[in-house]
Ligand binder design. Structure first.
Ligand code: MN
Length: 266
């Protein structure tokens, strides 16, 4: 009888410990809550911790780090731990962390984006911005994108995200730093590389056309196939079939330029 009681007691203690040790992972994206990429990501991360999804109710790609301040934001609970927000990825992280969640997340993961976020594109990316917002809250965060134009099989990217999540939950990240992860398409991935942000060469990125009523219109975007600053960049890693992991620092000060500017006599 006593033994049984003890056993029950022990198992209660261990289940409480297990509960409190389970990490909370906040997942968002910019492709919208119904995109395949976020579903694959959430599924993979459920093996690592408790997953809570707060994502835009529609595509918000290239909205960058915008925050909605001039209208109310509505949320729709689609599942016990999944909320669609009629706002930007940054709004989603804000609402989840400061509004919906009772516990602070241990990790923020954003993606898996349909298409790469490399080089200068990082500054436009809503996917990366969700991770920026997490980092601003002091929560370790990373963004994952699948570099592809047509074949969107998220299996490998999701598996790698889970592996990385487990590692970060255990080891943390450098201060004020998020990881921007890009995964090449296909099954022939050679491993991963720690990279720096490359520089994209914009070709004829603005297309001028005339609409059926004779008025000019412009379309931003064009093909991005070239980059510079080759060695050890995100672009180079992807071109060689490696997963690219770029540490991104939120302090945008150009520390090397500080010295130069101090010499100025204006
Ligand atoms: Mn996107």
């Amino acid at each position: 009888m006593v033994r049984l009681k003890n056993y029950a007691f022990r198992s209660t203690i261990s289940s409480i410990m297990e509960f409190s040790l389970k990490k909370l992972i906040l997942v968002s994206n910019d492709d919208g809550i119904n995109s395949e990429g976020i579903k694959a990501l959430a599924r993979a991360l459920k093996r690592v911790g408790d997953v809570f999804v707060a994502a835009p109710d529609r595509e918000q790609s290239a909205v960058s780090h915008s925050l909605t301040l001039h209208r109310p934001l509505r949320v729709e609970q689609l599942a016990p731990a999944a909320y669609a927000v009629d706002g930007t990825p940054t709004d989603c992280i804000n609402i989840a962390v400061n509004g919906i969640l009772k516990k602070r997340p241990d990790l923020v993961v954003s993606g898996i984006n349909k298409g790469g976020n490399m080089g200068d594109d990082v500054t436009y990316s809503g996917t990366v911005s969700a991770a920026i917002e997490g980092t601003l809250f002091g929560i370790p965060s990373f963004a994952v994108s699948l570099v592809s134009r047509e074949n969107f099989d998220f299996t490998i990217a999701a598996r790698f995200a889970a592996r990385l999540a487990r590692f970060i939950l255990k080891n943390g990240l450098p201060k004020d730093t998020l990881l921007n992860v890009n995964v090449p398409e296909g099954n022939d991935i050679q491993g991963y590389r720690i990279t720096k942000q490359g520089k994209r060469i914009y070709g004829d990125a603005v297309i001028e056309k005339v609409d059926p009523r004779g008025k000019k219109y412009y379309w931003i975007g064009g093909d991005m196939l070239r980059w510079e600053g080759g060695k050890d960049t995100d672009f180079e890693a992807i071109a060689n079939n490696f997963i690219s992991i770029t540490p991104v620092h939120l302090d945008m000060t150009n520390h090397a330029a500080l010295k130069e500017l101090h010499k100025w006599k204006l």
